[in-house]
Write a new protein. Structure first.
Length: 396
């Protein structure tokens, strides 16, 4: 993408400097006729410095296939010209446009995608150098009685109970050691979030293709009993507690460890909302769950169990979303349902992701069986969750 003069000022500005009248006008235009939508696209790209942070999500909505083709073509054209969007946002929009049924939109998006992906590749190249630099930095620290030469290679196991005493004795502060580590972690996590925003799943597709192919004959053990209990549980309101107990047993069997044992029926302050199951994610839960922590700012996997005999309505997804938030346990969780989501519920699921960054997946009985199958085969049951993320992201 070619550089625009305003690219240096692309970051969202403080809320108090937002042109509120302009933002209201754009929102009205985006909900009106095709010509008004085209005007909204022009303003969104030409005047980003006057708009709030959520304006970027409006672009994503206007890029969806339910919008007029002229509007989608206008967005693709603007992306060709502009660098006012962050790489992660540009790629999320391009991920939508590259699957557009209109050949012109698809071709333009593909061209911009290749250019943007090349830029990101150039950004990612220095990561190895950062790692080598960090290692060299630790190896260069010379403090009496303290050997950090192997710290990088042994970070998960390192234990330095006398660090404070040694630094105090040498008249140094921990800030001199800690600040570079914190800054490096923040930089690497920022790069990781950008990569995860561009890619639909943690595992490469070939590793996910095993899902559904592994159906071992459960050999009379715990998984066999759980599968039988799930099959015998009758969908409907009367059996909601039975179903929740079965879900807790299956998810605990499949995901604990690395996740912690779930807390059940946990109420929020004021007891206004109740979350069925909460599986806290410890720091040593493994790389997939660490990616969930980073990408979705989540301290736990929140699970809602819905033993409905019909497809879930959108209000059920909306109610579940109230448990999520950056100041709560995070932005990630699942609804376990017998029948899955209705089309309108899928639209609400998409809206919550596009507008509020809340990733709410839906797992069915088949997904639960696949998780147990992977567990029985000594594979990773979290692949089922990762595959659900991939399928959802690709459906947008």
């Amino acid at each position: 993408m070619s550089k625009s003069p305003s690219s240096a000022s692309a970051k969202p500005i403080p809320e108090q400097k937002v042109n509120k009248q302009l933002w209201r006008d754009i929102q009205e235009k985006a909900a009106a006729s095709e010509s008004e939508k085209l005007d909204a696209v022009r303003l969104l790209f030409d005047r980003p410095d006057e708009l709030p942070r959520q304006s970027t999500r409006l672009i994503q909505r206007l890029a969806s296939t339910d919008q007029p083709v002229a509007v989608r073509r206008a967005i693709a054209s603007k992306l060709r010209e502009s660098q006012d969007l962050s790489h992660s946002l540009a790629l999320s929009i391009l991920e939508i446009l590259r699957n557009d049924p209109d050949p012109e939109v698809k071709s333009a998006a593909e061209e911009v995608y290749k250019s943007t992906a090349h830029e990101i590749y150039k950004i990612m190249q220095p990561i190895a150098e950062i790692s080598r630099s960090l290692q060299a930095t630790f190896q260069s620290i010379k403090i009496a009685q303290l050997d950090l030469s192997n710290l990088v290679a042994n970070i998960p196991q390192v234990h330095l109970p006398n660090l404070q005493e040694i630094l105090a004795a040498t008249n140094l502060s921990t800030r001199a050691l800690i600040d570079p580590v914190i800054l490096s972690r923040q930089a690497l996590e920022s790069i990781a979030r950008s990569a995860q925003a561009a890619l639909p799943s943690y595992y490469p597709l070939p590793e996910l293709e095993v899902i559904g192919r592994i159906y071992p004959e459960f050999k009379g053990g715990h998984a066999t009993r759980l599968r039988s209990k799930l099959a015998k549980c009758v969908p409907g309101k009367l059996s909601w507690k039975v179903y929740q107990d079965i879900c807790r047993e299956i998810l605990s069997y499949a995901l604990v460890p690395p996740l912690l044992e779930p807390s059940e029926e946990t109420a929020t302050r004021g007891r206004a909302q109740r979350r069925d199951l909460i599986f806290h994610i410890p720091y040593d839960a493994g790389r997939f769950w660490e990616s969930i922590r980073i990408a979705h700012k989540s301290l736990a996997l929140i699970v809602e169990c819905k033993n409905y005999s019909d497809l879930l309505r959108p209000d059920q997804v909306t109610i579940t979303s109230k448990y999520f938030g950056e100041k709560k346990l995070g932005l990630f969780g699942v609804i376990v349902s017998r029948k899955g989501l209705s089309e309108s519920a899928k639209q609400e699921q998409m809206r919550l992701w596009m507008e509020e960054e809340k990733m709410i997946l839906c797992l069915t009985d088949g997904d639960m069986i696949n998780m147990m199958s992977l567990k029985e085969a000594d594979d990773d049951p979290s692949k089922v969750i990762d595959n659900a993320i991939r399928l959802f992201r690709q459906s947008i």
